[in-house]
Design a protein around this ligand. Structure first.
Ligand SMILES: *[C@@H]1O[C@H](CO)[C@@H](O)[C@H](O)[C@H]1NC(C)=O
Ligand SMILES: *[C@@H]1O[C@H](CO)[C@@H](O)[C@H](O)[C@H]1NC(C)=O
Ligand SMILES: *[C@@H]1O[C@H](CO)[C@@H](O)[C@H](O)[C@H]1NC(C)=O
Length: 460
């Protein structure tokens, strides 16, 4: 997440005079948030960690145990894309930054789609391709110059390949704004506004695709504005131009983006939220960073974006939203908070519940006991270990590895990880399903989520 690079949005305009009507309005909003609606929410599936479960298990968990129906990937890892086949979960995949110059030519876009989309679609519902991540924040002139051409040629190549439903966009940090407070003054950085954003927004308007932004109140609050950032009761911040009292920083950030778009004549273009979130743990003494605060931000956010209420300047709009992040990621560098943005721990236990768990009362309840168990490789086990596990399992008398051979139902995806998962489970089931049968030199993991997909059935 490049959110740490965002320009902080200092809340300088704090209007101190609290009015009773504002307080009542705030309480009313909080009350209506608690009315549970059918949830539709996305998450970012980041993988800067060495302890995450395998993608097939993650996909099955999301499908069976949560209301999460969209997932955003930071790359186009074939195992991960494949894992979501047939789950009903739609995917935003990311073309790596370095691919942008070649994507700017139609032949380059065509071959990218042949390699990264055609093998998986429509079994995996790829619904959006992000062209790079926060490219303007890289300040790399070559990438920036090729960004809009890459979006256009990718879109043309998708239509040509028979995939016109797949949308194209690119996520932006709020560093694209030179001014964001008050929200009505929002504008894009000079130099980028007409040269990059006008043609980009024109592309979005024509292709009916969203402009994707990553608003992070977490990177903009101070001790005075914590409640404002967390959607908790607060005095609000007054925009003297529009005469709107903003009661939460999220709305203010979104309306600043809207103002910048409107200034160029593109206020009608839809907006999606590529990342937003709040960490549940921080360094000693850090204010506003604990489980309760994270649950407040993400819980209120999810209700807010799916409520259909919109923001003061964008009434009645909904925003396709991807919370950052699915998992705590133990290898993220930087302050402790960076490693604690997850809704879940790597063993799938919720860090807190924001009402996205199926089969539990909102606020938490026990998850149903697992009925069956499977054995798979831990994430990041390494090629040598994976190959060793395949060799070991498949050379054991009675273990049938034909399904992962060419032509077998589990041959695709043809990766060491997928084949190891299958072989390790076959061994584990045959050997008697003892925990130690899934040890594999500490590269095995027992799971209660069925890793089967399509015609590829894992024994249980
Ligand atoms: C917003 O707050 C300001 C200052 O507290 C107050 O003067 C104004 O009436 C409020 N406006 C609305 C629309 O609530
Ligand atoms: C794919 O995902 C999109 C976006 O979530 C959804 O509108 C569409 O219905 C899905 N398509 C299928 C075939 O499930
Ligand atoms: C938003 O929805 C409300 C309730 O349906 C409606 O009264 C209002 O006119 C809508 N506003 C806009 C700008 O569409």
């Amino acid at each position: 997440m490049a959110g740490t690079l965002d320009t902080p949005l200092p809340a300088s305009q704090l209007a101190r005079a609290t009015t009773l009507s504002l307080l009542i309005l705030t309480l009313h909003l909080l009350t209506s948030y608690s009315t549970t609606v059918a949830l539709s929410i996305g998450v970012n599936y980041g993988t800067v960690a060495d302890d995450l479960p395998p993608p097939a298990q993650v996909a099955a968990f999301l499908r069976d145990r949560t209301y999460i129906d969209r997932v955003k990937l930071f790359d186009c890892n074939p195992d991960m894309i494949h894992a979501f086949a047939g789950t009903g979960i739609s995917l935003m995949i990311t073309a790596p930054n370095g691919d942008i110059p070649s994507l700017a030519s139609l032949p380059g876009a065509r071959s990218w789609i042949s390699a990264n989309v055609a093998p998986f679609y429509p079994a995996t519902n790829i619904s959006l391709i992000a062209v790079g991540n926060e490219i303007l924040a890289t300040a790399d002139r070559n990438l920036i110059a090729h960004l809009v051409p890459a979006m256009r040629s990718l879109s043309s190549a998708l239509a040509e390949a028979g995939f016109p439903q797949i949308r194209v966009s690119t996520p932006h940090s709020l560093g694209i704004l030179s001014t964001s407070e008050p929200p009505s003054s929002g504008r894009f950085r000079r130099g980028y506004d007409r040269v990059i954003f006008s043609p980009m927004l024109d592309f979005h308007r024509r292709s009916k695709t969203p402009f994707v932004v990553n608003p992070y109140p977490y990177f903009g609050y101070n001790s005075q504005t914590l409640n404002y950032a967390l959607f908790k009761p607060n005095p609000g911040i007054f925009d003297p131009v529009t005469k709107i009292n903003y009661t939460n920083m999220f709305d203010a950030q979104m309306d600043a983006v809207f103002s910048a778009m409107s200034r160029l004549g593109y206020g009608d273009v839809g907006i999606a939220i590529g990342e937003t979130g709040w960490p549940s743990a921080g360094d000693p003494g850090q204010v506003g960073v604990d489980v309760e605060d994270a649950a407040s931000y993400n819980g209120n956010l999810i209700q807010h974006v799916s409520s259909g209420k919109g923001t003061p300047l964008m009434p009645n709009r909904t925003f396709e939203t991807y919370v950052f992040s699915l998992f705590n990621e133990n290898l993220k560098p930087g302050p402790t908070a960076e490693r604690n943005f997850g809704l879940f721990r790597p063993d799938f236990s919720p860090v807190y519940d924001v009402g996205i768990l199926r089969g539990s009362i909102q606020g938490g309840g026990p998850l149903p006991a697992p009925a069956a168990k499977w054995c798979v490789a831990i994430g990041g086990a390494g090629e040598t270990a994976l190959q060793g596990n395949i060799d070991y399992a498949c050379s054991t008398a009675g273990v049938d590895c034909r399904p992962i051979q060419a032509g077998g139902p589990c041959f695709e995806p043809n990766t060491l990880e997928a084949h190891a998962n299958y072989a390790m489970n076959a061994y584990y089931q045959l050997a008697g399903r003892h925990d130690f049968n899934c040890d594999f030199g500490r590269t095995g993991l027992i799971t209660s989520a069925d890793p089967s997909y399509g015609e590829c059935k894992y024994a249980a």
